[in-house]
Design a binder for this molecule. Structure first.
Ligand code: C5P
Length: 234
């Protein structure tokens, strides 16, 4: 498996993203562009980062009626990114609409579905979202829905990567945020693991934000994450 680290570039403005990426002179990291950057800067920032040769995960987590998701995904497909996503909670029909939009545009982007946010604990999921199941069963069920809808994989915690692979097959991609180095603060994330643990748990890709973007030496932190994730040692 080609295990890759995706850097979550959660900066407020375009200049900060590009200055951050300028630090990487030897490698071209896979970059995640989320809502904060996209809403602030629009598609131009995606085109700019692409022109610099980075692969892009456009993390906009679409969740709306199927027709709106279909039309929005057709627009996103024009940006020619490498990964896009929707919320599995939007239903199989909604995920199918996203799939259809990408297929019609002959997009090569992997379509992922978010199972449960890694900032959501099992307790909050049950008490606030009124999902009366365990986190493991919920993630498995949402992943099976995503597979049925034609998604290529899911976004989940590394803690659930194994159960997703067991339910959906080892080709089904798991993109896993909620990554921290052993000595880091968790921040708002609840279900965190280290890059090495994510390796052992079978993640296909890890998404690392603040542990790299907030490091004194982000390039060294990226290399450390890539090494730990590839080799499973920390
Ligand atoms: O800084 P940190 O490593 O916590 O960043 C994680 C990134 O992954 C954020 O951009 C967040 O939006 C995203 N994400 C997540 N949990 C999910 C899906 C996406 O943390 N289930």
């Amino acid at each position: 498996m080609n295990r890759e680290v995706i850097i979550a570039c959660d900066f407020q403005d375009q200049e900060k993203v590009l200055t951050f990426l300028d630090r990487f002179t030897e490698e071209k990291p896979f970059v995640k562009i989320g809502m904060e950057v996209f809403y602030g800067n629009g598609p131009a920032i995606v085109r700019e980062i692409k022109a610099r040769g980075h692969k892009i995960f456009l993390d906009l987590k679409l969740h709306d009626i199927p027709n709106t998701v279909y039309k929005s995904m057709r627009k996103l497909a024009e940006l020619d990114v490498d990964m896009v996503n929707v919320h599995a909670a939007g239903s199989i029909e909604m995920m199918r609409a996203a799939r259809r939009a990408l297929d019609e545009k002959v997009s090569r982007a992997l379509l992922l579905a978010v199972t449960q946010l890694t900032s959501t604990s099992e307790e909050v999921m049950q008490r606030e979202l009124w999902i009366d199941h365990s986190m493991a069963d919920t993630v498995r069920h949402y992943a099976l829905n995503a597979k049925e809808a034609g998604c290529d994989g899911v976004v989940c915690s590394p803690l659930e990567a194994g159960l997703v692979a067991k339910a959906c097959g080892s080709d089904f991609v798991t993109v896993t945020p909620g990554i921290r180095f052993a000595n880091d603060e968790k921040g708002d994330q609840k279900r965190v693991t280290t890059p090495a643990m994510a390796h052992d748990l079978g993640s296909s890709f890890i998404v690392v934000g603040r542990s790299i973007t907030g490091a004194d030496d982000p390039v060294e932190a990226y290399r450390r994450a890539a090494r730990e994730f590839a080799e499973g040692v920390q």
